[in-house]
Design a binder for this molecule. Structure first.
Ligand code: TYD
Length: 140
């Protein structure tokens, strides 16, 4: 049987932080401190109050999700287990491995969700329906 990814593979990873009186800087360079090399960066912002994002899974993609500003919650679901993670620090990232359904919600006003991704955008990598995700996950 194939090894299925679980929500317990999705961990908060500490990032570096250089701080001084002029402010802080966090750097993610290549695959230092994260288990993939970033091919794409995108960020969500101007999210309306009560807004929800995500609502899909990926077949191959690894992502690191960072609350670059403000805070939000991430629901992770591997088809059997769920967990909710609150992100509110720019020097920590949530690793999401392939095969995990995710939903993002409870965005604070002005928050920015920065996403580092292991691959370029590919719509064929998305599982956008929960039933489709479950069927893909548990196929032999
Ligand atoms: P989607 O991944 O569904 O957003 P979220 O998970 O944040 O709710 O993408 C929203 C739209 O943006 C969708 O039409 C696809 C497009 N998009 C790209 O063209 N390239 C990208 O890298 C991403 C992440 C999305």
């Amino acid at each position: 049987m194939k090894q299925l990814s679980t929500v317990y593979d999705c961990n908060i990873l500490p990032l570096n932080k250089i701080h001084n009186r002029a402010g802080n800087i966090t750097i993610v360079e290549g695959d230092d401190n994260i288990p993939f090399t970033t091919k794409r960066i995108y960020y969500l912002y101007d999210i309306p109050g009560g807004g929800k994002r995500g609502g899909h899974a990926h077949k191959q993609l690894f992502q690191l999700i960072v609350a670059a500003s403000g805070s939000f919650d991430v629901l992770l679901d591997d088809g059997a287990n769920k967990k909710i993670v609150t992100l509110n620090r720019p020097d920590y990232g949530l690793l999401i491995v392939p095969g995990i359904w995710r939903e993002l919600f409870e965005f604070s006003s002005g928050s920015v969700c920065l996403v580092l991704a292991s691959e370029k955008y590919d719509e064929a990598d998305y599982l956008r329906k929960y039933n489709e995700f479950k069927a893909w996950k548990y196929k032999k």
